[in-house]
Design a protein around this ligand. Structure first.
Ligand SMILES: Nc1ncnc2c1ncn2[C@@H]1O[C@H](COP(=O)(O)OP(=O)(O)OP(=O)(O)O)[C@@H](O)[C@H]1O
Ligand SMILES: [Mg+2]
Length: 383
């Protein structure tokens, strides 16, 4: 009997170890930050408001992984102790404005997307949030993994305002709003103040990066990859653990597609050629499915005509969802996603008309439409 064509050994036995979001048994070199977070946040488990926290550090310094570890363990405790505390993770980087970020928080608590349509101003949004918390007798821990440096002061101010007005309106119930913000700013440029606890994440040394990467080696089948090749991957993209891990994964996939028993230097060279260094590709690779759909629509529309309106994108999106039989996200959510692309520098929005009930904005890409489509293709090939 001949062998089934699908029966071939995979070189990767635990792919999750190479994926972002994987939580290793041990987070290396971050004891100091972990301890400071635990100490600061612990009062929350006794029902007290913890000090607010700002985490500062360049990209790839382990901020997200440390916060995720804390939140996982905190959720477990909250569940055990049945505290009426909600942890809300939001993404300020895809919000237009501080009030939109608070609307997102409300939406996460209530799942009612009317909050976006209501046209509330900053103070009204904050009041609405407080009303909801009081009704539910619920406290909040707001966590944002990626607040862009330039806009973060506005968001901080709004959060402090919300805390202050909750305090004045908090009659006898001990409810609170606290937050952990991860602020994407150069440490040197950030003016620390004592309204919150600051936790610094400095870049890893070369040796530390190597230890962290080698700690994931059990992703591979025994003998599938040599230490030498792993080191070459580290040298190829030296400052980013995520990039190193995804380069390892992609290179091994190439080796598998060539039916090789182990990863060779040639596979790595091939992979590096495919990737070159393309920051937009790196961004595309990290997008969520909805974001991916929206950018695909934008790529298609911008290839058809010069002036693309945000509403064209939404209409196209809705009809695509109908075709695929999936429930479309609301218009404001899609606007948020487009705003996120603007923050990432992929496109610009120009408001050409603003009046109640809406505004009309046109979209212009900062990369050529063809190259965007090429990159989208390339990414879907690699995956
Ligand atoms: N100490 C560590 N131990 C194990 N893995 C780590 C450690 N630090 C970082 N990593 C891994 O490195 C990658 C980058 O870490 P992380 O996403 O936490 O960085 P970040 O500071 O949040 O970066 P960004 O600012 O870009 O969001 C992740 O894949 C993470 O799993
Ligand atoms: Mg992060």
């Amino acid at each position: 009997m001949s062998m089934n064509v699908f029966d071939r050994d995979s070189l990767i036995i635990r792919p999750e170890l190479l994926q972002t979001g994987y939580m290793p048994d041990q987070i290396l070199f971050r004891d100091e930050q972990l301890n400071k977070l635990v100490t600061t946040i612990s009062p929350i488990l006794r029902g007290y408001q913890p000090k607010d926290m700002v985490l500062l550090g360049k990209s790839e310094t382990g901020k997200t992984i440390v916060v995720n570890k804390i939140l996982n363990d905190l959720r477990e405790k909250i569940h055990q102790e049945t505290l009426n505390l909600e942890i809300i993770e939001i993404s300020y980087s895809i919000s237009f404005s501080p009030e939109r970020a608070i609307q997102n928080v409300i939406y996460r608590i209530t799942e009612d997307d009317n909050v976006y349509e209501a046209g509330l101003n900053e103070q009204q949004v904050v009041s609405k949030l407080i009303d909801i918390l009081k009704t539910k007798e619920m406290s909040l821990l707001i966590v944002d993994h990626n607040v862009p440096g330039k806009k973060s002061k506005d968001f901080l101010k709004l959060l402090f305002d919300a805390q202050a007005s909750l305090q004045t309106r908090n009659t006898n119930k001990n409810i609170f709003i606290s937050f952990i913000l991860i602020i994407d700013s150069d440490i040197e440029k950030w003016q620390v103040d004592d309204n919150y606890i600051t936790i610094l994440f400095s870049p890893y040394s070369k040796e530390e990066i190597e230890k962290i990467v080698f700690d994931r080696k059990s992703a591979f089948k025994e003998g599938a990859i040599s230490d030498e090749i792993i080191k070459q991957c580290i040298t190829a993209v030296p400052n980013s653990i995520s990039d190193i891990l995804s380069l390892l994964l992609d290179t091994t996939i190439i080796a598998e597609s060539k039916n090789a028993n182990s990863v060779t230097e040639e596979h790595l060279v091939n992979m590096l050629k495919i990737r070159k260094h393309n920051p937009v590709i790196e961004i595309i690779r990290t997008l969520t499915p909805s974001q991916r759909i929206v950018i695909q629509i934008i790529a298609a529309l911008t290839s058809e005509k010069k002036e693309v309106h945000a509403s064209d994108i939404y209409n196209e999106y809705v009809s695509l969802c109908k075709k695929e039989n999936i429930k479309p996200l609301s218009r404001p959510r899609i606007s948020q996603i487009i705003g996120g692309f603007e923050d990432l520098g992929i496109l610009n929005r120009n408001v050409i008309y603003e009046e109640i009930p809406g505004r009309i904005s046109t979209i212009t890409l900062n990369v050529s439409s063809e190259s965007l489509r090429e990159m989208l293709n390339e990414v879907s090939k690699i995956e």
